[in-house]
Design a protein around this ligand. Structure first.
Ligand code: CS2
Length: 511
């Protein structure tokens, strides 16, 4: 590969048509972002570049990868932090080159540079996309999970942290001790009340080390909540080839995404922020209505689609939603079981939101893999489906479609699709959950397979609260759904549609 053929500062003049604007002021770093994955690069980084183009400001980003792997860092730094975002929609493809990412670091290799930046008064925001598991939370209390190996290390070696909690606490301690104003901590993950959740877990980690520091963080540091939304699949070789054709240059780390994007942010930034509101972000007092609507309507149906599809053999979301019975199930799940649990401003039309989501799912250009969405179910299912189920059970309302989503996850945990093909479960609790899911029916286990599977997995307190696990209506709905899934996911989908329409699947008669 010749030097001229790679995307970098030197070759930038040849692709000016793909820049968001010709001018660029080469801003200083003002944001450190933990978790430099595809989502951040197609979301916050673009909003931030557009905000700087609209209103200036030194808000360039230093991205940090925490996994110990230097591949992402080296690939991005070889391109001077430049990369392309490839928006794929029904109207075609748009390839834009983003310049907001100034530097990329990889822990533990670059820890010294990271802490220099975190102590720099110019760094006024530390944002995160580390996925649910990156918060190292005790799911029962919301405090730090002291049994987490990364947390145990960081408590033993607070000066050499590897978890986001250890990093944030050490960096805030440095700023407090040096009399430097704290940065704002901005969670951009799919967690309910993500700002408050992050504050709680950071303070609980700090409290183990230094009570006074925890008190200072709790009173002096802003943790605004956000709702983030953009469907951003993992990068494939096809994306790299498409970017090369569009740019005439190799980009080893392009990011594919849908055209849609949304960012709703609680406006609490004592140290300032980019002019995100000038480029489409919504700055509000209360993010909750938007956050719950997105977590339950989008992410809840995304996970339901993912597990039913992996069992049924649909590889991508657009393929899955084109199966008419599944489209009908997701449509009615949003309409009849999820939307009624939401309270949103009068201007927020939930049925229009539902229809827009179904359109987004049907995007044939994106190829969002169901297997990617199916990862980390133990972290995703509680905020995406169980919270909605608990709200419905409280009112004695039916949950058959929501229960089918959870039941599909249970069957998925056995690692075998309806056609017999096997797959590996990617989840922080994979070994425990797959053992529970596959040990059912052993000699002496007199329970029937559905009941055995349901009771075994409901016993996992890291996922199901004792209260929810003991709810007979929930348990019965799960056993019913797992029983349906024994005939295959496609049949279970069709039968559930019939049942909720008041028709007995066996006889075709009205129930
Ligand atoms: C998806 C989300 O992979 C997943 O779990 O449900 O990444 C989803 O694409 C985004 O939240 C959409 O905003």
């Amino acid at each position: 590969m010749t030097a001229e053929s790679v995307l970098c500062r030197k070759t930038l003049p040849s692709i000016e048509d793909h820049l968001l604007a010709p001018e660029w002021c080469d801003p200083r770093i003002g944001i450190v972002h933990l978790g430099i994955g595809n989502f951040h690069r197609a979301h916050e980084a673009i909003y931030t570049e557009e905000a700087m183009l609209a209103a200036g400001g030194d808000w360039a980003i230093c991205g940090v990868t925490l996994q110990g792997d230097v591949t992402k860092r080296d690939a991005l730094m070889a391109q001077d932090g430049l990369y392309s975002v490839v928006e794929r929609g029904p109207q075609g493809v748009k390839t834009s080159v983003i310049r907001a990412l100034r530097e990329v670091l990889a822990l533990p290799h670059d820890r010294a540079r990271l802490f220099d930046l975190l102590a720099d008064p110019y760094v006024r925001i530390v944002s995160l996309t580390v996925t649910e598991k990156g918060y190292c939370r005790d799911t029962k209390t919301g405090d730090v999970d002291r049994g987490h190996p990364g947390i145990a290390h960081d408590l033993e070696h607070p000066g050499e942290p590897g978890t986001v909690l250890g990093i944030l606490v050490a960096a805030l301690k440095t700023r407090r001790d040096a009399g430097i104003a704290p940065f704002t901590v901005l969670s951009c993950d799919n967690l309910s009340h993500n700002g408050a959740a992050l504050r709680q877990v950071v303070c609980s980690h700090a409290r183990v080390l230094d009570e006074a520091l925890a008190t200072w963080i709790d009173s002096e540091v802003a943790f605004p909540s956000t709702m983030v939304d953009r469907i951003v699949p993992a990068t494939t070789d096809a994306d790299r080839d498409a970017a090369a054709v569009a740019l005439g240059l190799r980009d080893e780390v392009p990011v594919p995404c849908e055209p849609f994007r949304q960012w709703v942010i609680e406006d609490r930034f004592p140290a300032g922020r980019p002019a995100w509101e000038q480029v489409g972000a919504q700055l509000v007092d209360d993010v909750m209505p938007f956050e719950l609507a997105k977590l339950r309507m989008l992410n809840g149906t995304h996970s339901t689609l993912a597990y039913l599809s992996v069992l049924a053999g649909f590889a991508t979301i657009d393929e899955a939603i084109s199966f008419a019975p599944l489209h009908a199930l997701i449509h009615s799940m949003m309409t009849d079981e999820i939307a009624p649990t939401l309270s949103v401003p009068a201007s927020f039309d939930l049925m229009a939101y539902r229809d827009a989501l179904l359109e987004r799912y049907a995007n044939p250009a994106l190829k969002h893999r169901c297997a990617q969405i199916a990862m980390d179910g133990s972290q995703k299912i509680p905020p995406r489906l169980l919270a909605t189920i608990a709200a419905r059970l409280e009112r004695g309302q039916p949950i058959s479609r929501l229960a089918l989503g959870v039941a599909a996850w249970f069957v998925f945990l056995r690692g075998r699709a309806d056609d017999g093909t096997s797959f590996v479960i990617s989840d922080p609790l994979a070994s425990r959950l797959t053992a529970l899911a596959t040990n059912v029916g052993n000699v002496g286990d007199t329970r029937n397979a559905p009941q055995g599977l349901v009771d075994a997995l409901l016993g996992c307190r890291d996922v199901f609260s004792a209260e929810l696990a003991s709810n007979e209506m929930f348990r019965h709905a799960l056993i019913e759904a797992v029983t349906q899934l024994k005939t295959g996911a496609r049949a279970a989908i069709e039968n559930t549609n019939l049942q909720v329409a008041g028709i007995d699947p066996a006889s075709g008669q009205n129930l």
